[in-house]
Write a protein that binds this ligand. Structure first.
Ligand SMILES: C[S@@+](CC[C@H](N)C(=O)[O-])C[C@H]1O[C@@H](n2cnc3c(N)ncnc32)[C@H](O)[C@@H]1O
Length: 390
């Protein structure tokens, strides 16, 4: 593979609802031929761009490099197509591999079986060519190979990221129900916050939103400190180019001069958020506050509130309804001039906020379908403020 200066096709995977944000991020990196698909964005570029994308994309889970695309409507045809590729030219006997599979097809009921067929085909081809087969390593493979089957369309790709890019490495302490880092980064970018005004999370939990906000506002690449990416094991890996890309990202960091505030009623959440922010090296940009959001006092010019309240799984219906009413009342009283975004899977409770939503988006927090609603807390016009949510 001599792909350092050759243009390759890549697929950047993301979460539902973040495809357009990811496409914009890729456009910012000057990727070519960007096109949006379901939970994925296709793009083209050389291997230097691949390094840059892995280090700096905030809303990307992993970047795949397709190496074989074909049609197969049963496991035998899948095997026949995979065994035809010269895997031995790519993977040596000393390498290890693992196969990930995502299958959405009536022809392949079990994704694990499809993965097994692909594994057999790759190992058989290498054994035939070299007399010995490489080993499987689930934890730390040299090559992570991705099988994607949609109906009878099969794509076999090399995974350039390795471990998912949402694992930034800063979450050393966890609280209940933390947001995926990619989702938090996506919420911030969907909100349109440009990093030039104050940012508040009233219920910060382990601090994902404020940490992602600090990384974004300072233009710090989210995976700049990560030690390992899948592409580092590829024979084409060029360490000098990788170092050059990292250096460029360091020099592009900005200085944020507004405030980021993380509030939570739980002492332990504030402790976790602080520890995580320190690990992410952004604690100096964040002020931590341990209080009920209804008492939250600030002395700063308006900016944005993005928050992810409890959804009420563990609360009585009446309590969660009251809780969301309190959110609405507090916003009305204390957050004039702010743009407020709330992510919640509890649609009934969200209605109790009692403010007019100016944007309604849909996202998934894990398997939970969520609403991501915007409220503009205008000065004056009570009428607009009190119009109830539909
Ligand atoms: C869904 S979690 C937030 C998770 C967070 N986004 C993260 O990524 O870790 C909701 C948080 O709301 C906090 N909370 C609940 N009631 C609160 C209140 N009255 N005032 C402030 N925080 C509250 C909880 O302690 C919890 O940390």
């Amino acid at each position: 593979m001599n792909s350092m200066n050759t243009t390759q096709k890549y697929v950047a995977k993301t979460l539902f609802g973040l495809e357009d944000v990811l496409a914009e991020e890729l456009a910012g990196l000057e990727a070519d031929n960007i096109s949006v698909s379901k939970r994925a964005v296709y793009f083209e570029g050389d291997e230097e761009l691949l390094y840059l994308a892995n280090l700096s994309l905030r809303t990307c889970l992993r970047i795949l490099k397709p190496i074989k695309i074909f049609k197969a409507a049963n496991p035998e045809i899948l095997y026949k197509n995979v065994v035809k590729y010269n895997w031995h030219e790519l993977i040596s006997n000393d390498d290890t591999l693992v196969i990930d599979s995502v299958v959405n097809s009536e022809f392949f009921k079990h994704s694990k079986y499809a993965a097994l067929k692909v594994k057999d085909a790759i190992l058989d081809e290498i054994r035939k060519a070299k007399g010995k087969r490489p080993n499987i390593d689930i934890e730390n493979p040299t090559y992570r190979i991705n099988v994607h089957i949609e109906k009878n369309n099969c794509t076999i790709s090399l995974d350039s990221s390795g471990e998912s890019l949402h694992k930034r490495g800063y979450r050393i302490m966890s609280e209940k129900a933390p947001l995926n880092e990619v989702l938090a980064a996506g919420m911030i970018q969907l909100s349109g916050w440009d990093g030039n005004s104050n940012f508040i999370d009233l219920m910060c939990g382990s601090g994902t939103l404020v940490i992602e906000a600090a990384l974004f506002a300072n233009n710090i690449a989210p995976n700049l400190n990560r030690k390992h990416f899948g592409f580092m094991n590829w024979s084409s890996f060029d360490e000098n180019v990788f170092k050059k890309v990292k250096q460029k990202l360091f020099t592009e960091q900005k200085k944020f001069n507004k405030k980021i505030i993380a509030n939570d009623i739980s002492k332990s959440a504030i402790k976790s958020a602080q520890a995580n922010a320190e690990k992410a090296e952004v604690n100096k940009f964040i002020s931590f506050n341990n209080d009920d959001f209804v008492n939250f006092q600030y002395d700063l010019e308006p900016g944005i509130v993005i928050t992810n309240p409890p959804y009420g799984e563990r609360l009585k219906h009446i309590d969660i309804i009251q809780f969301y009413k309190k959110i609405g009342d507090t916003l009305k009283k204390q957050f004039t001039g702010f743009d407020v975004w709330i992510l919640s899977a509890n649609k009934e409770a969200l209605k109790q906020i009692g403010l007019r939503t100016s944007r309604k988006l849909m996202l998934y927090n894990g398997a939970l379908e969520c609403k991501f609603h915007k409220y503009e807390m205008y000065k004056g016009s009570k009428k607009a403020k009190f119009k109830s949510d539909k």
